[in-house]
Design a protein around this ligand. Sequence first.
Ligand code: GTR
Length: 432
Amino acid sequence: MFAVLRRFTRPALAATAATLLLAGSSAFAQNIPAPNYDEAKVPKFELPDPLVAADGTKIATADDWRDKRRPELLDLFAREMFGKRPSVAPEKIKFEELTSDSNALGGKATRKEIRIYFDAPNQTPKADLLLYVPNDRKGPAPVFLMPNFEGNWATTDDPGVRAFEIAGHFWNAGKTPEQTRGHVKGRWSFDRIVSRGYAVATLCYEEVDLDFDDGFKNGVHPLFGERSDAGDETASIAAWAWALSRALDCLETLPEIDATKAIVAGHSRLGKTALWAGAQDERFAAVISNNSGCGGAALSRREFGETVAKINKSFPHWFCGNFKKYGADVNSLPFDQHELIALIAPRPVYVASATRDTWADPKGEFLSALGADPVYRLLGTDGFGDVKEQPKPDVSVGATIRYHLRTGGHDVTDFDWIQYLDFADETVVNKR
Ligand code: GTR
């Protein structure tokens, strides 16, 4: 119950802020229809073919995909949805180990906290990466990298994790950091992950960029250089995704980590972020989207649950200005979300839904995974295996593309983690 309340409280607040900011604009004038939850009322739509280029040519070979279609789609997603892909001088990025304890998780793990400076000469902005590495391992450990909402200390009641104020932190407004210690530990199966031989790393996304609409002035945005007036300003999801790549830079420097086996994962808005990070940065060996919904794995054209019009209104800062024009006509989008998943090909991808998470459109998430299959096949993988229909709940299906529909609500549970660990074993550690 509490999780449900929390989920709806914050967007309501954000929506209020967005309402004020958008008053008078055309986005505000647009009437947002009530969400549709009736399968019979999903409009007819045709998905763009990922294997047809913008100029109409058929993409027939892996080289065509790599040289023509993949760059074209990356550019389209950047220009029309997430905003420009940032580039920041590498010498601005620095890492500093803050703490290390080889006796964490009852002696099973070494815990480290490493500060990532995004603009080292100025010491800020920065984000602290929390890392658990299994002590019982034969070599460098494969690693899950998954951003968190409320602060590293909220993922665990391990008292060794520092709790600190994040100025402007929206999720924990009105609470002291200590009051949120361990608050979402149920989402983080650290013990299980480490026992299976994986390291796990997380950082709080609001250290990178606060999650509200301030016209892209706060967090890491000022580092991204010239502002764009072409509607393609780097938006917040893109900023968070960029930071995940910087976290991977950091993991690459650690001898105890095998950064060639880094799996980027995310839940909800951070699932959208993980998909965009994984689509762009091919160093991520695999990608996991947990209940990412609209703007993540779910197809925009289905208009089931949250829609493009609604998400643009509630969270205008997640996507760039150009994305706003598609709310009224999703069929004019030059892509759909199956092509975001296709950008991860041929690397393994896991899309997970939950039965009660109808806002995120579980079926649209499934169809998106299915829609990426032709690209995975073209690139020589077994794609979604023999999957054609959405499976019944609580069964993991697929091959290099994988999917499950967990019984329950919008969350990350131990069930999810068990599937992700099996997936990582089969597709990343013992490659198919
Ligand atoms: C919702 C939002 C979703 C999802 C979620 C979350 O209310 O509408 O797109 O991202 O927040 O991040 O928890």
